[in-house]
Every structure is written in C-alpha cells, then in structure tokens.
Design a protein around this ligand. Structure first.
Ligand SMILES: [Zn+2]
Length: 86
C-alpha cells in the first residue's frame, strides 16, 4: 500500500496486503499479494486505486447488513423489554 493512495482490502480473500505497482505509471497494477487478484488500469495510479476501491454492490450489501444488524438489535431489546414486563 502506498502512503498517498489508500487501498481497500482484497474483495476475494480479505487480505490487507495490497500493492500498487510503482514501475509503470501508464499501466499501473493493483494486486493482492495473498491471492494474486489484480486489476490493471490505464490512466495512472490514482485511477487504478479508485477502480480497486470502487465496489458498489459490496458496499450496498455491507450497508444492508449493517441495517439488518441494527434491526436485530432493536428486536432483541424489544423482546427483552417484553420479558421484563411479564
Ligand atoms: Zn486476495
């Protein structure tokens, strides 16, 4: 991971060991050193990092998962409140 461009974890194995190839500015590669998942993007390192970090489906699922966890917590608290009233 570079100091300037923050890279998300690997979407396949979850590893945080992600490299942004420093050798080719015109064809940079973002690669997971754990499972070797990678993307190659023209137009520079910043665009490559943004492409690696952009995951709309994963982000939507994570947001929905967080909402579901919140609802489960509310339901458990309501259940506990009902039990106290019995
Ligand atoms: Zn990986």
């Amino acid at each position: 991971m570079t100091d300037e461009l923050k890279l998300r974890e690997c979407p396949f194995c979850g590893s945080a060991n992600i490299e942004l190839d420093a050798y080719a500015e015109s064809y940079p590669t973002v690669r997971c050193t754990c499972c070797d998942a990678k993307i190659e993007v023209r137009y520079g390192k910043k665009i490559a990092a943004e492409a690696w970090n952009t995951r709309p489906a994963e982000d939507a699922l994570r947001a929905e998962n967080a909402r579901m966890k919140d609802l489960i917590g509310i339901a458990r608290n309501l259940e506990l409140g009902l039990r106290k009233d019995m």
